[in-house]
Ligand binder design. Structure first.
Ligand code: GDP
Ligand code: MG
Length: 167
């Protein structure tokens, strides 16, 4: 079994960190600075009979007037088409205009959608996560929601199992 898995989300939510941790190598450059990933990157993870081709995207930006942003938004949108699974990465509690932009696009994705709530290692109070998860579930009723820490590898086994289910 083999398929494409798109990783989308606004800049800085941890898309490239997630790809690197899944692959166990530093393929994508990660940084606190937005716009570190300017092109779409592919990473292949093979485990037993399952081969997942992850597509890391540049993230969607709100200033569509800049040529570089337009280019990055185009490649992020293109990655949503013709894939088997979409992973929408968001921050643990923070929600921005750019998250909303991505949400408005992934709403129309027909295939399986996984919403990954990243950076849970930074949660000061676990209780603050629950309202966010509930709200996300209301926005995207067909999505599966998986809280993770891409940096520390927390719950990535659950995420990869969810991905494999759809390939
Ligand atoms: P991208 O723009 O979505 O690809 O984000 P990056 O993967 O480049 O990560 C942006 C920043 O968030 C970097 O400084 C990462 O080290 C940090 N980061 C990513 N995942 C986590 C996480 O699970 N926990 C914490 N604390 N920081 C993270
Ligand atoms: Mg990146």
């Amino acid at each position: 079994r083999c398929g494409y898995v798109a990783i989308v989300g606004r800049p800085n939510v941890g898309k490239s960190t997630l790809l690197n941790h899944i692959l166990g190598q530093k393929l994508a450059i990660t940084s606190r600075k937005p716009q570190t990933t300017r092109h779409t990157l592919l990473g292949i993870k093979t485990e037993g009979p399952v081969q997942a081709i992850y597509v890391d995207t540049p993230g969607m930006h709100k200033d569509n007037d800049k040529a570089l942003n337009r280019y990055m938004n185009r490649s992020a949108s293109a990655a949503l088409k013709d894939v088997d699974v979409v992973i929408f990465v968001v921050d643990r509690t923070r929600w921005t205009e750019e998250d909303q932009m991505v949400l408005d696009r992934v709403k129309y994705v027909e295939g399986p959608l996984l919403v990954v709530v990243n950076k849970i290692d930074r949660l000061e109070d676990k209780a603050e996560l629950l309202p966010h998860l509930k709200w996300l579930a209301e926005q995207l009723p067909n999505a599966e929601i998986v809280p993770i820490s891409a940096q520390h590898g927390q719950n990535l086994d659950t995420l990869e199992a969810q991905v494999a289910k759809h390939l």
